[in-house]
Design a protein around this ligand. Structure first.
Ligand code: BES
Ligand code: MN
Ligand code: ZN
Length: 488
């Protein structure tokens, strides 16, 4: 999809359809001029179109002029970015079903033109996304989107295009079945990021470096396991470290899962997918930040050589863990990735994303990710970013009680603390691997894909949602301005 800035005479353009949202009682000159030239005031009475939210109207263009798709945006004072994304996204989906492939969008003009152009650009890309590469019959996709504005918004569109493509890359990696979305596939994808330096560790390195967590989890894997270390040096400051869980398929291992819904465990690589999407976005956008992205990638399978409950592992930083369940594998691979990043890169902030616990889904549902931290200042920055992107995040506690709950009789810690506080004990486990660095752990088990039969919601597609990509990008953008740094 190509997205372009358009200005000038609106009737002179070469788009099949014009998409315009109008607020109740709106008097914008451009908009009323357009409506007038379509004779819409005439139709409007017949249709009883009052510009309330959810109203739509389609008008057939005469002769060479484009068609018009009108959406009611309701009360302007109640309108926000998320409503803009959802309302325009629904309209684009409908237009797509009408098999039109070029759309000119007239922004609502509630906030500034640059901001709206940015938001509309990535919304359009995310809306058009469809994981259809394995379908023999594919829907047509939208080829051209114009964003109409009197001011030059091409730079905002460029940025919006980057983040839209990055979110779609995240979704693609996450949607791929585990036999194709392998650790090797992630490596190949990361190799394509220009301006990003890539180091790749394999099983031999795990053994040599003493990464006992990913070594154990990957022991029975058939696909070669990899830990990717991606570095983007957009500034000379010490880096922000982002880490993503990349279990390409989670069978549970010897503590095997039941088979119902097991196909969804291909999504256990959503954290790593979001980290790759973010690395793509920041490098293409040329953000002036230093970022290290680490993704431990492996499948978690049973086998004669698999790791077992009762095993004791030694992680990269020397902390030992007793295995109670081989299904609590995410924290084990993250332990090595986090401590490796902390020790070798001395980051100013650490953020990890992981589809870590079913308990988090029970606590917060499918629209809110859980956040656990050792630094409220950093967490606030993430919450601020989340308010902008509507990738919702809610703080969960990391009390000492949870740290007590995972003490082991035979090792430093154990990898489960039983059912109570399952999301928090997982967070408490990870807290042993970030030293004293400001750190936020995001449990995205509920938000990373639309579980079960949930229908798509506007620009968020079914299957992988891309959760975390825009959030990380937004946070890293704030670091560029210097406001991302935190008090120790
Ligand atoms: N990948 C799962 C968590 C998960 C489950 C995410 C369902 C999304 C939906 C994780 O590896 C896991 O199996 N966690 C266990 C931990 C338990 C054994 C302590 C869980 O949540 O049941
Ligand atoms: Mn598991
Ligand atoms: Zn898992």
């Amino acid at each position: 999809m190509e997205i372009k800035w358009e200005s000038g005479d609106i009737k002179e353009n070469r788009y099949e359809i014009l998409l315009m949202g109008v607020f109740e009682k709106e008097t914008s000159k451009v908009k009323s001029k357009i409506l007038k030239s379509y004779g819409f005031s005439k139709y409007s009475e017949k249709l009883k179109f009052t510009y309330e939210v959810k109203q739509t109207a389609f008008i057939n263009g005469e002769k060479d002029s484009p068609n018009l798709f009108l959406i009611g945006l309701g009360d302007k004072t109640k309108f926000n970015d998320e409503m803009m994304r959802i309302r325009f996204s629904h309209a684009i989906s409908k237009i797509k079903k009408m098999r039109m492939s070029s759309i000119l969008i007239i922004p609502p003009e509630k906030s500034d033109a640059q901001h709206e152009a940015y938001e509309l650009a990535y919304m359009a890309l995310m809306t058009d996304y469809d994981f259809n590469r394995f379908k023999s019959k594919k829907d047509d996709s939208i080829e051209k989107v114009g964003i109409f504005s009197a001011t030059d918004v091409s730079e905002s569109i460029r940025l919006g295009t980057i983040i839209g493509e990055a979110s779609n890359l995240t979704k693609d990696l996450a949607n791929l079945p585990s036999s194709i979305g392998t650790p090797t596939h992630f490596e190949k994808t990361a190799r394509g990021f220009s301006g990003v330096d890539l180091k790749v560790f394999g099983r031999e390195d795990f053994l040599k470096l003493g990464m006992g967590g990913i070594e154990a989890v990957s022991r029975a894997a058939r696909e070669p396991a990899k830990m990717l270390v991606m570095e983007y040096k957009g500034s000379d400051q010490p880096p922000v470290l982002i880490v993503g869980k990349g279990i390409t398929f989670d069978s549970g291992g010897i503590s095997i899962k039941s088979s119902e819904g097991l196909e969804e465990m291909k999504f256990d690589k959503c954290g790593a997918s979001a980290v790759l999407g973010s690395m793509y976005a920041i490098s293409r956008a040329g953000l002036k930040v230093h970022v290290v992205g680490i993704t431990p990638l492996t499948e978690n399978l049973p086998g004669g050589n698999a790791y077992k409950p009762g095993d004791i592992l030694t992680h990269y930083n020397g902390v030992t863990s007793e295995i109670i369940s081989t299904d609590a594998e995410g924290r084990l691979v993250l332990a090595d990735a986090l401590s490796y990043g902390v020790k070798n890169y001395n980051p100013t902030a650490v953020i990890d994303l992981a589809t870590l616990t079913g308990a988090c889904v029970v606590a917060l549902g499918n629209n809110i990710a859980g956040s656990m931290t050792n630094n409220l200042d950093l967490q606030q920055k993430i919450l601020d970013a989340s308010k902008k992107t509507w990738e919702k995040v809610w703080p969960l506690p990391l009390d000492d009680d949870f740290k007590e709950q995972i003490k082991s009789d035979v090792a430093d810690i154990k990898n489960t603390g039983g059912r109570p506080g399952g999301a928090e004990t997982a967070g408490a486990f990870l807290s042993n691997f970030v030293d004293t660095k400001p750190w936020v752990h995001l449990d995205i088990a509920g938000t990373a894909w639309t579980q079960g039969k949930t229908v798509r919601k506007g620009y968020i597609s079914r299957g992988a949602t891309g959760f975390g990509t825009r959030l990380l990008f937004e946070y890293l953008k704030s670091c560029e301005k210097g406001s991302g740094s935190v008090k120790k």
